[in-house]
Design a protein around this ligand. Sequence first.
Ligand code: IPE
Ligand code: IPE
Ligand code: MG
Length: 255
Amino acid sequence: MQKLLHMSKKNLAETIDPEKIPRHIAIIMDGNGRWAKMHGKARVFGHNNGVKSVRQITEAAAELGVEFLTLYAFSTENWNRPKFEVEALMLLLVETIKKEIEVLNKNNICLRTIGNIEGLPTLSRRALMKGIESTKNNTGLKLILALNYSGRDEILTMVRKIAQKIENKEITSAQLNETDIEANLYTAGMPAPELLIRTSGEYRLSNFLLWQVAYTEFYFSPIMWPDFNKDHFYEAILDYQSRERRFGKTSEQLQ
Ligand code: IPE
Ligand code: IPE
Ligand code: MG
């Protein structure tokens, strides 16, 4: 039975077209709290168990040759949760980074963040900076954690930066284009995600990558994040590969 399961997993990964792997995959990791409740446990139990999914999906993405994996780990709105849950999440972040730095380096993975990192507690920020610093020369997968992230905040910050440039007369409003906007977002230098996955059966963006998802393919999975494994991830990629991305054109024009 174990062998059979192993076989089917291998086959699923093998059906993925290596020529059509998304360069950038973004994931809204949702459902930790409900998963814990289903197991008769407190919400934090779900967050702790979500870490193993992060590990598995990161490994799968690296194996497939995905260039950027962006994981929504904490939104600006998540500060409104009960204090002990927020504290547990911040602690989990510190512990996980400390534990995983070695694995990241071994797998040539480069850790990065998007979001308002200055707004994180000192301990979390320090652990994060250490992780980023020690993996910065790795040339494989870029693992981007969205922390204290808000898409609207990101847009507002970008507008402020550009307004400042206009005030300084470095640029005129008439010269402004989409490239200038992208260069002033947290995701500057990154391609837009081709695929966005949200787990737990919720169908919303929750303030994630508002500018960047203009032409992203969305994939919604009913699986709670702590149960989301490599096979689920492969299924999402296979679904993506079966789609026709028309970018406003007709199907015939793409032939
Ligand atoms: C996602 O799981 C993790 C974070 C938002 C940090 P949730 O904690 O949102 O789980 P549900 O949606 O309550 O089940
Ligand atoms: C979005 O999940 C944020 C993260 C996954 C970190 P939430 O569970 O916070 O989203 P809403 O509030 O239900 O939309
Ligand atoms: Mg949720």
